[in-house]
Write a protein that binds this ligand. Structure first.
Ligand code: MCN
Length: 795
């Protein structure tokens, strides 16, 4: 490795283009395409009695109106269940257009296609749907009571039920010197990326092929679904994720109804069709996450060591389970965090409600698990009058216990085994960064001015880089360009930069020569997708392996040409040369020419190599068996199991004694994602995540009323924190490399968000002096809690 860019804080190369407004998002494409719009249900639970489209038919520019009845048989099936699981006994997925029953406000009933969006919306408004409203099920309490059913054939509204246990937690708790039992609640939230979903499809009748641009995190999955449902060969469907304006998990879902309907309409109508989601549609028709009700029992000794933990939680799954039960499985298996739990039992029920379906949002079940575990540790500390960091330290899994097997089965069906980490060192770094021990004086000084301050912390371990595989392709062209591709797509993580850093380092070429393409099935057809903080681990390693093969071939070809020993060769600045003899050198672009028996190049410098060369051995074919022309390689990385990153956050808040407003004064992060490819990008990822953590703790919630209407379905009403609310974030990195992959990396993309709610709850609790058992907390909520607490104290 000569061009050591791995580990450097290289600036993101995609930013100038994006900042200048030169990004190409789905809606920037297909300007003259026909536009689709949807008639969506205003009811949370209803039967569709009649759809009358006649009012729409005389709208100028109308091209088609489709109801469920118009769909061909394969499109009229329930959409696929992506991740089945034996515990998901009653999976339910939606139809692309509602058949006869509506299960949440926003469910699509009719698709209209017109020459432009205005006309499509006008026509959609004139479609008359007659509904028979049914009683809606909103919230976990109503769902559990099961007086009304979301799906008539799902008893108790229970889609899934699962138990995992290590040891005998109830017995350990019963025998423990101390026991605490309490309930925690976390509300619903959602990804809310700046760009909503969008699909643009072009049908080529002569070639019988489709090209689809989708704002997706999983282009190969979208291609597979479209090909299967529209009965096309995979090779006749190209799916491209152009620039994507954020996904944060919600765009992992596929196929969305619109991802099938828009391509189908394009083929049916023989013209380009595009649909761009508007903000209200995104709130009511794209998925949400988070809501859980948790019941915790913990037994511990006099020193605060946990002896047994038993957690039962209800998970609000919304109306459907298209992505299986990944989210509650992650909550249940990531809940133990950095702690050694001699006995642990976790049980969850996934309940249906008449609200938008639940699929992963950044953190994917972990913020809820961490909330349960960290609130538990804080309660133990409060019960015993111990310092909260001390109780944590006493329960940590220690570095010499790695690899540490939790005894649980993770989301990928493989054992959850921590591969690396040094939790005591992380805690030491965090305490130093926030000056934990100096806080008593800070608090006292503030109190003297009538200000109320509190400090809290939250620790977590996060399974990242989940399998099964990802691939990479590296190709040195005869002009010296190094073309790199991987199948997963990018939503803002800086992949164009980091993958180029990896290849430049492995191959010894300047980064400017490396060009990266992601999320384009024309360039790389096998992929899983961008989620679970997996791109760096999965595609990063696959690309590194491909680059290493290219390097090996380049060295061999150049050594042959120079009659040198391959072991004596190095590649520096794109030139393959004999170590210590820089004159014996061939540029990589020329090696690319030599690697092709056709030896054909337009490059001036490569001219010499393009001349006729007599075969070295007339009895050998020009390309020996097992070899391939060109200086390129494709490789895959498939891990035996996930790698576990970890981190710890500490936060200082100020709580207004009168208005109950909470201000975050300081936010400190210690983060361990193994070897850093690019610290600048990782810090950016952490900052974005922390912003979402602060949002989930203090601002964002999905305010459903009892009718299943989302009351804050716009950015006017949904409280998103601005730069003014997001604190300056102080970050320190600990790098314990993962032994599981060649680059020693662990994921980082979700880290920032995971312990936010737990740490902020702890800090508010510290400031206020009574337990905080729910999130988020608006000033209103806190004001009410204060009053309740004062009343309790008085009685
Ligand atoms: N990285 C690094 N060194 C490491 C680990 C990661 O330099 N040891 C870099 C990676 O190379 C990559 C970034 O950090 O540029 C995030 O890497 P990774 O943890 O592999 O996460 P993914 O690239 O797979 O991204 C997915 C993750 C998830 S699950 C969500 S949700 C999320 C997130 O990333 N959504 C995002 N970050 C986001 N950032 C933006 N801007 N937009 C989103 O929608």
């Amino acid at each position: 490795m000569t061009t050591q860019l791995f580990g450097q804080p290289v600036e993101r190369r995609e930013d100038p283009r994006l900042l200048r407004g030169e990004g190409r998002y789905v809606d920037d494409l297909g300007r003259s395409a026909a536009a689709a719009a949807f008639v969506r249900s205003p009811h949370a639970h209803a039967r569709v009695l009649d759809v009358d489209v006649t009012g729409a038919l005389n709208v100028d520019g109308l091209l088609a109106v489709y109801t469920f009845e118009d769909l061909p048989e394969r499109v009229a099936q329930p959409l696929p269940l992506l991740i089945p699981h034996p515990a998901l006994t009653h999976p339910r997925t939606q139809y692309a257009l509602a058949r006869d029953e509506i299960n949440h406000v926003g469910e699509a009933v009719v698709m209209v296609v017109a020459t432009d969006r205005y006309r499509a919306e006008d026509a959609a408004e004139r479609v008359a749907v007659t509904y028979e409203p049914l009683a809606p099920v909103v919230g976990l309490e109503q769902s559990e009571a099961a007086r009304t059913l979301v799906h008539a054939d799902v008893p108790g509204n229970r889609g899934a039920h699962m138990v995992q246990q290590v040891g005998d937690a109830p017995a350990a708790i019963a025998a423990a010197p101390h026991r605490l039992d309490f309930r925690l609640d976390i509300e619903r939230s959602a990804s809310t990326p700046l760009e909503g979903r969008g699909v643009y499809a072009r049908w080529d009748a002569q070639d019988d092929s489709l090209r689809v641009y989708s704002s997706t995190q999983t282009p190969t999955g979208v291609r597979a679904a479209i090909a299967a449902i529209l009965e096309l060969a995979d090779a006749k469907v190209e799916v491209i994720a152009p620039d994507v304006g954020g996904g944060f998990g919600v765009k992992i879902m596929h196929p969305w109804p619109e991802e099938i309907l828009v391509p189908w309409a394009a083929r049916t109508l023989g013209r380009e069709v595009k649909w761009t989601e508007d903000r209200r549609e995104h709130f009511v028709a794209a998925n949400h996450e988070r809501a859980q009700e948790q019941h915790v029992s913990v037994g511990f000794d006099d020193e605060g060591r946990i002896l047994g933990l038993d957690v039962t939680f209800l998970h609000d799954h919304g109306a459907y389970t298209p992505y299986g039960i990944i989210v509650p499985i992650i909550t249940s298996t990531q809940l133990p965090g950095p702690y050694r739990l001699p006995a642990y039992r976790v049980e969850f029920s996934s309940l249906y409600t008449n609200t938008v379906a639940v699929t992963p949002y950044r953190g994917a079940g972990r913020p809820q698990g961490v909330f349960a575990m960290e609130r538990t540790v804080d309660r133990i500390a409060a019960h015993l009058g111990l310092d909260r960091t001390e109780v944590r330290a006493r329960n940590f899994v220690l570095p010499d216990e790695m690899p540490y097997d939790l005894g649980l089965i993770f989301q990928d069906g493989r054992p959850a085994i921590y591969d690396s980490g040094d939790f005591p060192e992380s805690l030491r770094m965090l305490k130093e960064l926030i000056d934990w021990d100096g806080f008593t004086a800070v608090r006292a000084a503030a109190a003297a001015e009538g200000r109320r301050l509190g400090i809290g912390l939250g620790c977590y371990v996060e399974g990242t880089g989940v399998g099964p595989y990802e691939g990479g392709h590296v190709h040195v062209e005869t002009n010296g360009r190094v073309m790199v591709s991987t199948g997963l797509s990018t939503q803002g993580q800086g992949h164009e930069t980091v993958f180029a850093q990896i290849v430049a380092t492995e191959l010894g070429v300047p980064m400017a020569d490396v060009h990266v393409t992601t999320g384009d099935t024309r360039r790389f057809g096998y992929a899983v997708g961008t989620f679970a903080s997996r791109a760096a681990v999965m595609s990063g390693n696959a690309i590194a392996l491909a680059a290493r093969s290219v390097r090996a071939k380049a060295v061999k070809v150049a050594a042959d040409a120079l009659e040198a020993n391959p072991d004596d060769m190095e590649i520096v600045d794109g030139v393959v040369r004999v170590k210590g003899s820089p004159a014996d050198a061939i540029p990589l672009r020329q090696v690319a020419v030599l690697s092709n028996p056709l030896r054909y190049s337009f490059s001036e410098e490569a001219k010499a190599a393009t001349q006729f060369a007599a075969p070295a051995d007339p009895d050998e074919p020009p390309i020996p068996r097992g070899e391939a022309p060109g200086l390129e390689s494709r490789d895959y990385y498939s891990p035996i199991r996930s790698t576990f990153a970890n981190g710890m956050h500490a936060v200082i808040v100020e709580v207004d004694p009168d208005t109950a407003e909470v201000k975050v004064l300081r936010y400190a992060v210690v983060h361990d994602c193994g070897n850093l490819i690019n610290p600048r990008i990782v810090e950016g990822q952490i900052h974005g995540g922390v912003a979402q953590g602060v949002a989930g703790a203090l601002y964002e919630r999905m305010a459903y009323d009892e009718h299943g209407q989302l009351l804050n379905a716009s950015f006017m009403d949904f409280l998103m924190p601005y730069a003014t609310e997001v604190p300056r974030i102080e970050t320190a990195h600990l790098q314990t490399p993962s032994p599981l992959n060649p680059l020693g990396i662990k994921g980082a993309g979700e880290a920032g968000v995971i312990p936010g709610a737990a740490a902020i709850a702890a800090a508010i609790e510290d400031a206020e002096g009574y337990p905080i058992m729910r999130m988020p907390l608006s000033p209103d909520d806190l004001f009410r809690l204060r009053r309740e607490h004062a009343e309790e104290a008085a009685s």
